[in-house]
Design a protein around this ligand. Structure first.
Ligand SMILES: *[C@@H]1O[C@H](CO)[C@@H](O)[C@H](O)[C@H]1NC(C)=O
Ligand SMILES: *[C@@H]1O[C@H](CO)[C@@H](O)[C@H](O)[C@H]1NC(C)=O
Ligand SMILES: *[C@@H]1O[C@H](CO)[C@@H](O)[C@H](O)[C@H]1NC(C)=O
Ligand SMILES: *[C@@H]1O[C@H](CO)[C@@H](O)[C@H](O)[C@H]1NC(C)=O
Ligand SMILES: *[C@@H]1O[C@H](CO)[C@@H](O)[C@H](O)[C@H]1NC(C)=O
Ligand SMILES: [Zn+2]
Length: 436
């Protein structure tokens, strides 16, 4: 009788502890970003693989990027969970307003002085807690943070073609082998499309649909590759982007904005980045701040702000790097300085509240619920979700896990289940001992 009891109790202990050990397993995470993927790009094209993602995982109705809807600032908010005013990557163009130095996006990717402003991105936080991480083309991955580099980095070179589907698949194969053969825990993978096509042709052009089909096939390929590498049960995937895209309004439909018509830029400003979509910055010459502000206030189809009077919701005012004057154009208007030289048919940089600036969020894998349609949320909340999935302690951040946690299977459920098993076990034992 005693042996039988022992066997029974042992069996019950094993059953009870199973959910516990499952909850404690640390799964891996792949973060994929398709630059400039507007929230609704999959609604007028057939995207069977993306549709399947909703059945097998989580879809947000849309995701709101931070203010400063540009590639570098927005990607860095996702990977740090910090507002742009904190992480200080305040433009795609690296600049120094004192020296007038300007460095275009792709050349900033290995310039640590642009990215490393005292905020710790997820790669480094994870590495400090013993995890292995990699960045494949992801903005910010090529920099060092307080002297620390990401374990493995591939940086996208200037002039690299953005739309080569063969290469897209090769990159997935590489990343899958990093997970399956080299035991990486976190990889961030970046694609330059559909942003490129969106700029060149505009979001309404048929080529945008073509590239979205290509992205959909790539997502299908990714899912097959996960199966081939036997990662179904251990790899979580988040697919997202940095911002949307809108059609640039041109003559004769509208009067295009040429700022020099309203103020003499050469005389009044010592530094400027205009001619870069819907978001402009400038530094007035000493004593000219009010004159610049007043002149810009008269320009139709834009809003001018003094940095210290920026709406709090922008989360930009605290930035030290941002120049004293910020100009945000109305949706679809470009900010031109002296001449209209800007050829883009689509652009971003507009207010993050505009629907055209909203972007996508999808997730699937062992830790995510299935068939779960999430309400919209801000991209700032992706960071604590990623930390939760990786089971690491987050660095200080501005997100809130409570916003995104409901996407997870075991949120709260794990401990409830183990508590239930323990209670069951105890009552069984009590029952048996009274029988004895
Ligand atoms: C990062 O630090 C390593 C080691 O000190 C160095 O070799 C590398 O060049 C640095 N990379 C950047 C982008 O500064
Ligand atoms: C596309 O990528 C493949 C694999 O890297 C390469 O062999 C091919 O030459 C590339 N095609 C173009 C047009 O760049
Ligand atoms: C892994 O997932 C892929 C894609 O959903 C699926 O085709 C494959 O059958 C799955 N493999 C296993 C072993 O579950
Ligand atoms: C742009 O500004 C002009 C002048 O104030 C105004 O008439 C026009 O409606 C504005 N266009 C848009 C699209 O808001
Ligand atoms: C964002 O988080 C940082 C670090 O905790 C904090 O210092 C900052 O005040 C936060 N920003 C806002 C707007 O709450
Ligand atoms: Zn872009």
């Amino acid at each position: 009788m005693k042996t039988e009891l022992f066997v029974l109790v042992a069996a019950l202990v094993c059953t009870a502890s199973k959910p516990l050990s499952k909850a404690a397993q640390r799964n891996k995470l792949l973060l994929v970003s398709f630059d400039g993927f507007r929230w609704d790009y999959d609604q007028d094209v057939e995207t069977p693989h993306m549709d399947q993602l909703l059945q097998d995982g989580v879809k947000a109705k849309y995701m709101t990027p931070p203010m400063l809807t540009m590639t570098s600032p927005s990607h860095f908010t996702t990977i740090t969970g910090r507002w742009v005013e904190d992480h200080e990557v305040v433009h795609n163009m690296m600049f120094n307003a004192k020296t007038n130095q300007k460095v275009p996006h792709k050349q900033t990717l290995t310039r640590s002085e642009w990215w490393d402003n005292g905020v710790q991105p997820l790669w480094i936080t994870a590495q400090n807690q013993g995890l292995k991480t990699a960045s494949f083309y992801y903005p910010g991955g090529g920099a060092n943070y307080s002297g620390k580099a990401v374990n493995r980095v591939i940086v996208e070179e200037s002039g690299h073609p953005d739309d080569n589907e063969t290469e897209w698949r090769e990159n997935i194969d590489k990343v899958m082998s990093w997970f399956s053969e080299e035991d990486f825990h976190l990889v961030t993978l970046y694609y330059g499309e559909p942003d490129n096509v969106g700029h060149a042709k505009g979001p309404d052009h048929p080529d945008r649909k073509t590239i979205v089909r290509q992205i959909d096939r790539t997502i299908g390929y990714l899912r097959e590759a996960i199966g081939h590498h036997r990662l179904n049960d251990s790899l979580n995937v988040i697919i997202t982007s940095d911002q949307g895209m809108t059609t640039v309004k041109k003559r004769p439909q509208v009067d295009e904005i040429v700022l020099n018509k309203y103020l003499n830029l050469l005389k009044l400003a010592s530094f400027e980045i205009l001619d870069y979509g819907g978001f402009g910055i400038l530094t007035p010459r000493p004593g000219k701040e009010q004159e610049v502000f007043d002149a810009l206030s008269n320009v139709p189809n834009l809003t001018v702000y003094k940095k210290d009077e920026l709406p709090e919701s922008f989360r930009l005012a605290k930035s030290e790097r941002l120049p004293p004057i910020v100009v945000v154009a109305d949706l679809g208007f470009n900010l031109n300085s002296r001449f209209i030289v800007y050829v883009n048919k689509g652009d971003h940089g507009y207010h993050s509240g505009e629907m055209d600036m909203k972007t996508i969020f999808r997730a699937f894998g062992p830790d995510f619920r299935r068939n779960f349609l999430s309400e919209p949320f801000d991209s700032i909340h992706v960071y604590p979700l990623m930390c939760k999935v990786l089971q690491i302690k987050p660095a200080p951040h501005n997100g809130s896990l409570s916003v995104t946690e409901e996407m997870l299977l075991l949120h709260g459920g794990g401990s409830q289940r183990s508590q239930l098993s323990v209670a069951l076990l105890l009552s069984m034992m009590l029952f048996m001992f009274t029988e004895l």
